[in-house]
Write a protein that binds this ligand. Structure first.
Ligand code: ADP
Length: 451
């Protein structure tokens, strides 16, 4: 087993990984930027190393500084968390070359799945359904338009290297296609350093359903259930739940089988997520695989009782998964992402000092957070301040628990998404489990405080 793990991340996920290491008796090293000097992950780790100024590109994204920090502190493994370098194949390779275990999949697995066009091809080969689209990246706008007409409008133009809801453009009709295509290409090049884009069918009202995958180096790949992440803004998730209210047992089994088949096709090792879209006609399609632990992993942890971060560490150390098949579900789980943002202003970030931070508690309530009263939310990173996860014996108990928890969650000093989340919980469509990725585009009243 590892002796010392460096966590190449910040915020709540850094704390989450530190906890798992402690339970396993592994020492920890925190890295931090100058803006995170006062952060809890620095306080809770056994060792800490400052890796540079506030902007992520000068600190959390600097591979040589992180490797140097690991060497100085004597870490034999690195956990990348999510975001930053978590899906950077070069980072995984550099770790290996420096004799440091990367707690995640292999660089090749990251590479295949990190290129959405390559991932589509890999899935097609093993018969996992993909969204109808061009067979690979397209360069010529006119040629792409011919493909788009065959696929049928509306279509979505996606950056092969895109992620985090960025690098996507919808073209509703042939007239705006060429312009959108060219814009998408130049945006992809400047945002991801890779201008490759491809075109796929834009589904009208899909659900976003993803399956949690775990694989080990002994040939075992299983899924640990689904998460329904259909409540989104700008293609980014806000609320996740499991089991999905939109799945029948048959559909769940079929999608779960496809997810495992897709991950097995690349002998996947570690924690990963197969993201799929479920169309309103009951057809489902592979969308992409995230080759890391995800923000919403606690949903699955509460649903199954499995500690996914501990499994990641064990698997990276060469051990077998602690379970051999999909565990039974324990009731129903809902997660709300609490961001320091203003929903009424297009979710504009609201950084600053938390004058009061009083979190909820009680049975079935989990809060993953790195903030506290007096903490200053820096403007440099994403604005997630807490993840509130509630479990109940069934959906209505989980939902009610979430409502009570949100009502008693007091944050002062910055604008947060808490009141907005409470309005979603009270929405009749959400309560009926009738959501798709366009839910918030229809229910725009939810974004504003009622007069
Ligand atoms: P990212 O890698 O940036 O997270 P994804 O490919 O996972 O991007 O897509 C994110 C979200 O964008 C999906 O959950 C869905 O809401 C929307 N989306 C992506 N592709 C399509 C599509 N073909 N049709 C409809 N919505 C889509």
């Amino acid at each position: 087993m590892f002796k010392k793990v460096l966590i190449a991340n910040r915020g709540e996920i850094a704390l989450r990984v530190i906890r798992a290491c402690r339970e396993l008796g592994i020492a920890t090293v925190a890295v931090y930027s100058e803006a995170d000097r006062e952060s809890l992950h620095v306080r809770f780790a056994d060792d800490d190393v400052c890796i540079g100024p506030a902007p992520a590109r000068d600190s959390y994204l600097k591979i040589p500084r992180i490797i140097a920090a690991a060497e100085i502190a004597g870490a034999d493994a690195i956990h990348p968390g999510y975001g930053f370098l978590a899906e950077n194949a070069e980072f995984a390779e550099t770790c290996a070359a420096s004799n440091i275990a990367f707690i995640g999949p292999t660089a090749d697995q990251i590479r295949v799945m990190g290129d959405k066009a390559a991932a589509r091809n890999a899935m097609t080969k093993v018969g996992v359904p993909i969204i109808p689209g061009t067979p690979g990246p397209m360069e010529d706008a006119e040629e792409a338009l011919i493909c788009a007409r065959e696929i049928g409008f509306p279509v979505i133009i996606k950056a092969a290297a895109g992620g985090g809801g960025k690098g996507m453009r919808v073209a509703t009709e042939p007239d705006d296609f060429v312009r959108s295509f060219q814009l998408a290409r130049s945006e992809a090049l400047s945002a991801f350093g890779n201008g490759d884009v491809y075109v796929e069918k834009y589904l009208a009202r899909p659900r976003h359903i993803e399956f949690q995958i775990m694989g080990d180096r002994h040939g075992s790949v299983i899924h640990l259930g689904e998460r329904d992440c259909s409540v989104q803004r700008r293609h980014q998730k806000l609320i996740e739940e499991a089991p999905s209210p939109g799945l029948t047992p048959e559909l769940r089994a079929a999608m779960g089988d496809a997810a495992v088949k897709g991950a097995k096709a690349i002998d996947y090792v570690g924690a990963g997520t197969m993201e799929m879209l479920l169309n309103d006609d009951g057809k489902f399609y592979f969308m992409e695989m995230n080759t890391r632990i995800q923000v919403e992993h606690p949903v699955t942890e509460m649903l199954t009782g499995v500690d996914l971060v501990k499994e990641q560490i064990l698997v990276a150390a060469g051990e077998k998964l602690s379970l051999t098949e999909t565990p039974a579900y324990r009731g129903h789980v809902i997660e709300c992402r609490v961001n320091a943002e203003d929903p009424a202003r297009n979710f504009q970030p609201s950084p600053g000092r938390l004058d009061v931070f009083h979190p909820p508690g009680g049975p079935g309530v989990r809060l993953d957070t790195h903030v506290y009263t007096g903490y200053v939310v820096p403007p440099y990173y994403d604005s997630l301040i807490a993840k509130l996860i509630c479990q109940g014996r069934d959906r209505s108990e989980a939902l009610r628990r979430m409502q009570v928890a949100l009502e008693s969650f007091v944050v002062e000093g910055v604008t947060t998404t808490i009141p907005f989340l409470a309005r979603v919980m009270a929405n009749k469509h959400f309560q009926a489990g009738e959501v798709d990725t366009k839910f918030l585009e229809r229910e725009t009243d939810l974004l504003r405080e009622p007069a």
